[in-house]
Write a protein that binds this ligand. Structure first.
Ligand code: AMP
Length: 460
């Protein structure tokens, strides 16, 4: 029997807010976490992003804050949510505003890269819910502009990522500043030893809720693999994005992961030289630049976003149809986070990995840790010619290049087949799209794992 939100014990204002959001039933982590959190228990949630964990901690917390009905503390907050990145903090604050819209709670967020003075001013009178990145929070505490004495509920979200980003000292310091009798809700996608130690420090006999075993690849994602030399990846990417080499699925928004900030910028530049607009998001980008890139991605004005891991962590944008791992991450768990950007909240998704010879060890690790099943895709038939510059597209001057870009839904090729789901063999392309190169014959597979359509599969 499926659980409903009504059965979880949430208040009317929260239920109404959920109605407005259009959520009809709780996700597994919500069903499991909400009752113990409402009872005031500490919680350890092992969950990836995309599982609905923000609501899992936010909904019952809002009700607990309402019930306790304490005054908003001066220069402090009642609920503190710590998040690793500015983007994630912003998203959590937005969700808190949505979920608590009828609860009359003040919500603020503070993140690095913005004016500290503005943060001081807005927090002067305190807030009910504060979502913060650890560094900025400590800045304000050091300046005596904020304190943690009012905290009733503390949430650590994506704790493993906070450690990866070097926030361990900040977290230790914060743990000493929050009141002992608070409630702690601790979330992490993975459970390395350092995280277990932190859990011991922060939580008191927590209820553990694990929705997908750590480092298990999201089930609804079909995963494909190109074996390609590192210095040929850019050409392959261009051919894929311009639909001169069809891949399964209809492009809506494409999120591409690169290892370095410089790599992201270089890719944007090269894509732009072939008439494919894209944006990059990484740690060297200013806050307004990040916001613009995310905004254009969300609205699909520029539906190609190139990101480093840090910047993409926690990005919650519906309609990411494809995640392309231009470079494989050296930590298998990171692969899970990356591909988790697609297939969020019940949607299906496609992940495409490009693996060079020297990344085989990473691929092996990913397979071992995540049980990922990849369907191997062939390189374009004319790939060598294009790479070596004898193919038409390599040599064409900018004005005469084949029309491409904008990741428009392709006509026929790679569309989801009615009733058959995605992953079907592309049916064809418009002549304009094809002008830059030939199509490869059996490309596109036919492998939708879950629907058991394994035809043409070539597992590597
Ligand atoms: P999260 O894992 O918290 O980042 O949530 C992932 C996405 O799922 C967000 O877009 C949420 O708005 C959405 N979501 C959360 N809970 C539900 C629900 N019960 N039903 C439908 N969508 C949800």
């Amino acid at each position: 029997m499926t659980t409903t939100f009504d059965q979880l014990g949430l208040s009317q204002p929260v239920l109404q807010a959920l109605d407005l959001k259009g959520y009809s039933e709780p996700t597994p982590i919500q069903a499991q976490a909400i009752p113990p959190v409402l009872e005031g228990r500490d919680l350890l949630g092992i969950a990836q992003t995309g599982t609905g964990k923000t609501a899992a901690f936010m909904l019952p917390s809002i009700d607990r804050l309402r019930e306790a009905d304490n005054q908003t503390p001066f220069k402090s907050c009642r609920m503190l949510v710590l998040a690793p990145t500015r983007e994630l903090a912003g998203q959590i604050a937005e969700s808190a505003k949505d979920y608590g819209a009828l609860a009359g709670l003040k919500v603020h967020s503070i993140v690095g890269g913005t004016s500290v003075n503005k943060d001081r001013n807005k927090l002067h009178r305190g807030t009910d819910i504060l979502v913060a990145t650890p560094g900025r929070l400590l800045d304000l505490i050091d300046q005596k502009a904020f304190n943690l004495s009012g905290v009733e509920i503390l949430v650590l979200d994506e704790a493993d990522q906070m450690l990866d980003l070097g926030f361990i000292h900040a977290l230790r310091k914060i743990s000493q500043l929050v009141p002992q009798d608070r409630q702690t809700l601790f979330f992490s996608a993975t459970m390395p030893t350092a995280i277990k130690e932190l859990v011991g420090k922060y939580c008191n006999n927590p209820v553990t809720v694990s929705v997908t075993p750590a480092a298990t690849t999201a089930e609804r994602i079909d995963q494909y693999l190109f074996m390609v030399q590192q210095d040929e990846k850019q050409t392959l990417l261009e051919m894929i994005l311009s639909e001169r080499h069809p891949v399964p699925g209809k492009f809506e928004r494409v999120l591409i992961f690169a290892r370095t900030k410089h790599g992201c910028d270089r890719m944007v530049k090269k894509l732009s030289q072939c008439g494919i607009p894209s944006n990059a998001i990484h740690g060297n980008k200013s806050q307004p630049q990040r916001e613009r890139a995310l905004g254009e991605f969300k609205s699909a004005k520029t539906p190609i976003l190139i990101a480093t891991d840090v910047a993409a962590r926690g990005i919650d944008i519906p309609g990411v149809s494809h995640v392309i791992n231009y470079e494989l991450p050296n930590v298998p768990e990171q692969y899970v986070h990356r591909i988790g950007r697609t297939a969020r909240a019940g949607a299906d998704g496609i992940a495409i990995a490009m693996c060079a010879e020297d990344e085989r060890a990473y691929l092996k690790d990913i397979r071992k840790t995540t049980d990922a099943e990849f369907e191997r895709l062939d390189l374009p038939e004319n790939f060598r010619a294009v790479v070596e510059g004898v193919g038409p597209t390599k040599r064409a001057p900018p004005g005469q290049r084949a029309p491409r870009a904008n990741v428009k839904p392709r006509q026929g090729g790679g569309q989801r087949k009615p009733g058959g789901g995605r992953g079907g063999k592309p049916q064809g392309q418009s002549s304009g799209q094809r002008s830059g190169g030939q199509r490869s014959g059996g490309q596109g597979g036919g492998g939708n794992r879950r629907r058991n359509r394994r035809g043409g599969r070539n597992n590597t």
